[in-house]
Design a protein around this ligand. Sequence first.
Ligand code: AHM
Ligand code: MG
Length: 343
Amino acid sequence: MHNGTTITQFIIEEQRHIDNATGDFTSLLNDVVTACKVISNAVNHGALIDVLGSAESENIQGETQKKLDIISNDIFLKSNEWSGHVAAMASEEMEDVYQIPSQYPRGKYLLVFDPLDGSSNIDVNVSVGTIFSILRCPEGIENPTAEDFLQPGSKQVCAGYALYGPSSMMVLTTGNGVNGFTLDQNIGEFILTHGAMSIPEDTQEFAVNASNMRFWEAPLKRYIEECLAGSEGPRGRDFNMRWIASMVAEVHRILTRGGVFMYPVDSKMKAKGLEGKLRLLYEANPMSMIIEQAGGMSSTGRERIMDIEPSDLHQRVPVILGSRNEVQRAIDYHLRDDAESAA
Ligand code: AHM
Ligand code: MG
């Protein structure tokens, strides 16, 4: 028998401190939590319910979709369209903004999500997750368009992720610190297990897909080469490397024991006119809010991610986030390199 704080209790208690709170936001978050429980259940059952493998379709980014990408996207839409709290939704898996069906009332929030991040891991039974972000719908807008979603990350009302790993967890911020909840499968509730999560300032662990190293820009190459040189190199200490290829799992590790995560822009992407791999609205902004709220730092290497004014719903950005002293060092290398090239 548990007697811990459920996520619902936690959210309601947080909202009590906010003047004029109507309860809309609490209800919206409850629906998001429900969606994540349903996705968690589908991920857990995997091959038993025939949800693994490719769907043989492509998303707007030209990436092959997994069956679970589409199932998770539908679960998110269906869980959140009916309540009257959401004005419109946008997802990594959909080209256009999702309008609330006409039989339902519209609310004051915009819901943005990556329904199943890291889904290339799903068939090999490695952790995946859901990432979400909540924005306010601009005043007076009845039918939100893509433009209404183009708000900098600093305007997010809430950001969170669900991690479907050895245990399912939900990690959440509403701008007042970061808290983690573990799903108790027996009672179907997320219970507060990781209060006030915070990221150590220093770390000896980095996460990057090093197979792309030859395509990177000079400052990132320098940063990683110095880490790899270990105690014999300029850093004078050994570093450890991890790469799960699942951003949610990577960020969760950093929130738990520190580290730095990097998905830089490289010359292959630039040749295709892309500014990175990860998406600003669905991945970079929500994760940046969580990382900053836990005392970490998040940057493209040249600017704070949450300051970027988005220009496109599916915009991509380079991402460097985690323990602040290492992120700051990577930024310094970028800025120094830029200054030298300009001189
Ligand atoms: P996805 O949204 O299509 O799953 O892509 C995002 C994922 C991140 O979770 C992860 O950090 C990265 O892609 C892994 O990329 P790679 O396969 O190049 O290592
Ligand atoms: Mg993703």
